[in-house]
Design a protein around this ligand. Structure first.
Ligand SMILES: [Ca+2]
Ligand SMILES: [Ca+2]
Length: 90
């Protein structure tokens, strides 16, 4: 008798293939990419959102977290996280 294998859902490494924007290096885009990479590194469980625990290593206090979590679902998605990018670094 053959067992049907249960589906293994592998969330690790969701290949977010961002197009390389190397031709027109935009400072803004560069920052965004850097923070996006940081976001992905912080997202240790690969849920595409940051829990409070995951955001902690980035230096976000629970209070900061609350401010950033605009929709109040207790997680930071990438859009919410990218708000931390300094508007202009002069
Ligand atoms: Ca996560
Ligand atoms: Ca949220």
């Amino acid at each position: 008798m053959k067992n049907s294998l249960p589906l293994i859902i592998a969330f690790s490494l969701t290949g977010l293939a961002t197009t390389a924007l190397s031709q027109t290096p935009d400072a803004d885009e560069d920052e965004k990419e850097r923070y996006t990479r940081m976001f992905n590194q912080l997202d240790t469980d690969g849920s595409s959102t940051l829990s409070k625990q995951e955001a902690e290593p980035a230096g976000l206090s629970a209070e900061d977290f609350g401010h950033l979590d605009k929709n109040g679902d207790g997680e930071l998605d990438l859009d919410e996280f990218l708000v931390v990018i300094p508007a202009s670094t002069q």
